[in-house]
Design a binder for this molecule. Structure first.
Ligand SMILES: [Zn+2]
Length: 247
């Protein structure tokens, strides 16, 4: 690469970053022009949560995602760096795509998905990267109604069901949530297990994460909360909204 190439790229990058200032939606500030590394989080945890709640309201109302969130200009705007507003730990279920449920577009959600929205080493490292390197201010662990992975774990507990391949080991981390839900005497074990699975993960993250996560919670720069998506009505119900200081 020649010096002139480099200069041209730098200029183009600065121009793209400048353009992003005009494109960014209200409440989501853009990185400074020419910045190569992630800037400090531009949203507070509460602002990020409000943005997700507002996006879900738009999804429920049937409003399309704004073109600016998914178009070519937006792609160019974020090509050099990402500034997602939230980490979503959610299920792989095809009916639960976070961007659509929250009315978000390119570069807005850092998504960790697997069947049953559990956190293994890979998921934990991904979460830590998003929090520590990208300064994401909000982590949402989201289960959903009639989750097949949780249903499989319920069947292990209730019927001693075994599964082929890696499916059995995959649902193992969900079994303690099923046992906890069953101990409450609930009449809807599957849904109680979905919520317990989320709550247990939220609690574990708040209490046993690395300092890179815990220090941000203590400083008020990060919130970790739970949510449940309702397949029937499209509503995301947030719960376990404590900051980590109160519960
Ligand atoms: Zn699921």
């Amino acid at each position: 690469m020649t010096h002139s190439d480099l200069s041209r790229r730098t200029l183009l990058g600065a121009a793209a970053a400048t353009a992003s200032l005009a494109l960014t939606s209200p409440g989501v500030s853009a990185p400074p022009p020419g910045t190569a590394n992630p800037a400090p989080p531009s949203l507070t945890p509460n602002q990020a949560l409000a943005a997700l709640k507002n996006g879900n309201r738009k999804f429920l109302a049937g409003e399309a995602v704004e073109p600016a969130r998914g178009g070519r200009r937006r792609r160019l705007e974020i090509a050099r760096a990402q500034y997602p507003i939230a980490v979503l730990v959610s299920c792989s279920d095809s009916r639960v795509p976070p961007e659509l449920l929250f009315g978000r577009g390119l570069g807005e959600l850092f998504i960790i998905r697997n069947a049953g929205n559990t956190i293994d080493t890979v998921a934990m490292g991904s979460l830590e990267y998003a929090v520590a390197e990208l300064n994401v201010p909000l982590v949402v662990v989201m289960g959903h109604e009639r989750c097949g992975a949780v249903a499989a774990a319920v069947s292990v507990v209730e019927n001693g069901t075994t599964y082929p391949g890696s499916i059995g080991r995959m649902v193992e981390p969900i079994i303690p949530a099923v046992l906890a839900a069953r101990a409450t005497g609930t009449s809807d074990l599957l849904d109680a297990s979905v919520r317990a699975n989320v709550s247990r993960t939220v609690d574990r993250l708040r209490r046993f994460s690395e300092p890179m996560v815990l220090d941000r919670i203590k400083a008020g720069r990060l919130r970790i909360i739970g949510a449940r998506y309702d397949l029937d009505d499209g509503n995301v119900n947030f719960f376990d909204e404590g900051t980590g200081e109160t519960r």
